[in-house]
Design a protein around this ligand. Structure first.
Ligand SMILES: *Cc1c(COP(=O)(O)O)cnc(C)c1O
Length: 368
């Protein structure tokens, strides 16, 4: 049986005619950068996230960077985020000029631990970036309470949690701002790089709008130093089509996660834990086992691809050596990096494919 890790072509085939005509429309209008396709998507996505404003940009990393810039964060400031995250979260902080301060995660839900977060706050802290990793939101209430008390901004990294909820509130509407990635493999993925910022604050939205386009509101008038970080028209058009299916696709991911949970019961594996008050969207399905490397090899030998999110924690990457963190500083994150494994999951995955993966996992543990 063929089991891809994800299958973007299957998704394309399911909505091909809509996608093709939306792309053709952009080409006919030669509206390649920003334009009506991007502004229509911005309106649609702001509505979906239940926020006042959405600004489309060229990728998720720049969405984080522009949000930090709009919040006036730079050299001399500190920004706190989770040690267990993709490099981009920390890279965006570093590019803003601020110092990244990492905090370990809670071992059950694997997102930033609010108790440790409190201990990491300093006079220099200007913002907190909770990452809604793997498709489940961070525990936002204690984070928002701390942020309010210490007057720091909360910027959600929502790159893995399009459509997720926290106590019935939508991810992307929980903090002062949120940054999304529409990298093709995300729950809502473009046909190339794309990203967006959501916020209820009109001034911050306007700021980001200027920052993404060389600091200008009017062509060739530059009020501030900005970037070239605009979303392209084709990405806006593709994303508007796909947005209509996002809830349905997230529901399919939850169903697949449910099958995994059921079929992997009574194995030595630690299954991903969902908080019943959160709407998990299973960007990835991450299991834990101290036999991770052997299991990964066994699955690979049976043509089942898996991925590790992430094999080397950010604080042990040479790029962030200057932060002077050491092995042992974030024990939960380090243990996860040794023991986690992401199994194939995508909305079009069929039950017999999940069964096949689970059968092989069970075979591995029963020594067959
Ligand atoms: C994908 C991702 C990003 C970066 O998005 P790009 O569009 O690839 O720049 C940032 N943070 C997290 C947690 C991600 O998974």
């Amino acid at each position: 049986m063929q089991i891809p890790y994800i299958d973007l072509n299957a998704q394309y085939q399911s909505i091909k005619s809509e996608i093709d005509s939306a792309i053709e429309d952009v080409i006919n209008k030669s509206s390649f950068i920003l334009g009506s396709a991007v502004s229509e998507f911005e309106t649609g996505f702001a509505g979906y996230c239940a926020v006042g404003h959405c600004v489309g940009v060229n990728n998720g990393t720049n969405a984080l960077l522009l949000a930090l810039k709009a919040l006036d964060i730079g050299p001399g400031d500190e920004v706190i985020t989770a040690a267990n995250t993709f490099i981009a979260t920390v890279a965006a902080i570093a590019h803003s000029g601020a110092r990244p301060v990492l905090v370990d995660v809670d071992p059950l839900f694997r997102n930033i631990d609010p108790v440790l977060l409190k201990m990491a706050l300093s006079q220099k802290t200007k913002a907190i970036i909770p990452v809604h990793l793997y498709g489940q939101t961070a525990d936002m209430d204690p984070i928002l309470t701390l942020a309010e008390k210490y007057d720091v901004a909360v910027l959600e990294d929502t790159a893995q949690a399009h459509g997720a909820t926290y106590k019935n509130r939508r991810a992307g509407s929980l903090g002062m701002m949120a940054a999304f990635s529409f990298y093709p493999a995300k729950n809502l993925g473009a046909f190339g790089d794309a990203g967006a910022i959501t916020t209820n604050n009109a001034n911050l939205a306007e700021n980001v709008r200027m920052l993404r386009d060389h600091g200008s509101q009017q062509k060739y008038h530059h009020d501030m130093l900005g970037y070239n970080a605009r979303m392209s028209g084709i990405q806006g058009a593709v994303l508007s089509v796909k947005l209509k299916y996002l809830d349905q696709w997230n529901e399919a991911r939850r169903k697949i996660a449910g099958w995994y949970n059921e079929m992997l019961q009574n194995t030595p594996i630690v299954l991903p834990l969902s908080n019943p008050e959160y709407g998990h969207v299973f960007h990835v399905y991450v299991i834990e086992t101290d036999q991770r490397d052997a299991l990964q090899k066994y699955l690979s030998d049976h043509q089942i691809p898996t991925i590790i999110h992430y094999p080397i924690p950010v604080h042990l990457q040479p790029a962030f050596g200057y932060l002077d963190y050491r092995k042992g500083d974030f024990p939960i994150t380090e243990k996860l990096s040794d023991e986690i494994l992401s199994l194939p999951i995508y909305p079009e995955m069929r039950q017999e494919q999940v069964e096949f993966v689970c059968e092989k996992v069970r075979d591995f543990f029963s020594g067959r």
